[in-house]
Design a binder for this molecule. Structure first.
Ligand code: SF4
Length: 434
């Protein structure tokens, strides 16, 4: 039985108990949320991991870090180093997006070293195989797609991004409208090209029931990808994006009916004033399925700083109810990320997730802020650093600050406002709130 089927039978599993304790909710509540399709636990029956997680409504916002080889950079050791840094800095899940080198071997290593759920975009392997075998990455069949899905599921992949909403209908809508950036999703572009090349419907859509059989067999969670997501804020929330979202909503219902856990992927590039609407539309069209957003990036003008543009969007999205943030590194749009890019991306995304949790799970999330504020007020540097989201960086900065008074920092020196107030309003007269 899949975890969704356990929940449908009102059975609380040991894993549900464990995850409920982490989230600070009752096992019964978690089981009910899973039964309603509002929470998923991406965990393949063939993948044993130390840190599984639950994703969805009422829970803390989770973050994903993408790693994987490119066609230009394919050293497995580099990707394993990225995996380790992402785990160290608090990622909740990893996606292996490899398209270069020995894909099977990379995935085997990623699954071995990851203590977290691992996701993939199987159409990448389908295209790479077709390119190697037939000298054309579009020369693959629906059966090739199913074979890759079966192989990856057997290997232990916990969640699949499948771009099943890129259909003749949604592509037709895209073609009719004037979009600035067209299709920017790599998987979406492969599928759209395949459909044009073969003049056929998307195999991930036409063979969805067969895909459900595979996902059901291994309890793989399906992450229905937004192949038509906007790649420029000028394209945000356009007709093609919404048409695809509606298709994903229908497919999500079919997945749940089959006992397969499902989440929905979302944009992309969205201006700040459209974020709330995007979350509400996903929850409406997809019956509350967990929403996994890629960023979102709130402006297009900051290559080199897109971990920041996406953290702004991610924080807002999480505050409005997005459940899972896909990190963006500073290298986005420019190059294959380095280990340090991964580190910066993970930390930025964690900040965004926590900022969002301060809105949607204030009672639980705010305790961290309370504790660090108290340490800051006491100018307890050791504790403040320990509680920081990135203690290493905080420690380096403090070490490089050499104030004349050791109890302050070089920012304000002898005019340290916290110290001044401590001297003029002794403890007990400052209205301390704890
Ligand atoms: S010196 Fe200024 S920045 Fe530094 S701890 Fe005091 S108030 Fe804060």
């Amino acid at each position: 039985m899949t975890q969704l089927e356990f929940a449908k039978k009102n059975i609380i599993t040991p894993l549900m108990r464990k995850l409920a304790a982490i989230e600070g909710i009752t096992p019964l509540k978690l089981m009910q949320l899973m039964r309603a399709g509002k929470v998923v636990v991406p965990l393949n029956i063939n993948h044993k991991i130390k840190k599984p997680c639950a994703v969805g409504s009422g829970l803390s916002t989770k973050i994903n870090a993408n790693i994987g080889t490119s066609t230009d950079e394919s050293r497995i050791s580099d990707e394993i180093e990225k995996l380790k840094i992402a785990i160290k800095h608090g990622a909740d899940a990893l996606m292996d997006l490899s398209v270069g080198g020995d894909l099977l071997k990379v995935r085997k290593e990623v699954l071995k070293y990851s203590t977290l759920p691992v996701g993939t975009v199987p159409v990448y392997e389908v295209a790479v195989r077709a390119s190697q075998k037939n000298k054309n990455f579009l020369k693959f069949s629906a059966q090739d797609v199913l074979d890759v899905l079966e192989g990856q599921a057997k290997q232990g992949v916990d969640f699949f991004t499948i771009h099943c909403g890129v259909t003749k209908k949604s592509l037709g809508i895209l073609e009719k409208q004037k979009r600035l950036m067209g299709v920017v999703s790599r998987g979406g572009a492969i599928i759209a090209s395949w459909m044009k090349f073969h003049k056929r419907e998307n195999p991930f859509y036409s063979h969805f029931d067969r895909i459900l059989d595979i996902a059901h067999r291994y309890d793989v969670t399906l992450s229905l990808g937004d192949g038509l997501r906007p790649g420029s804020i000028l394209d945000a929330t356009d007709k093609a994006q919404i048409a695809e979202l509606k298709i994903l909503g229908v497919l999500a219902k079919r997945a749940r009916a089959r006992g397969v856990q499902v989440m929905i992927e979302g944009p992309g590039h969205i201006p700040i004033n459209q974020i709330e609407k995007n979350i509400a539309l996903e929850k409406k069209y997809c019956s509350g399925a967990p929403f996994y957003v890629l960023g979102p990036l709130v402006t297009d003008v900051a290559p080199g700083y897109d971990h920041i543009t996406s953290a702004i969007g991610g924080a807002m999205a999480a505050g409005y109810g997005a459940d899972f943030l896909c990190y963006v590194t500073p290298a986005e749009h420019l190059r294959h990320p380095t280990v340090n890019d991964v580190r910066e991306g993970v930390i930025a995304s964690r900040i965004a997730a926590h900022a969002g949790d301060l809105v949607k799970r204030k009672k639980i999330a705010i305790d961290w802020d309370r504790r660090i504020s108290l340490a800051r007020k006491a100018r307890n540097w050791k504790k403040q650093i320990q509680l920081s989201i990135d203690p290493e960086k905080a420690r380096q900065y403090r070490a490089s600050s050499k104030p004349k008074l050791s109890s302050v920092c070089t920012m304000c020196g002898k005019y340290c406002s916290i110290k001044l107030m401590e001297d003029c309003l002794p403890a007990g007269r400052q209205g301390t709130r704890v």
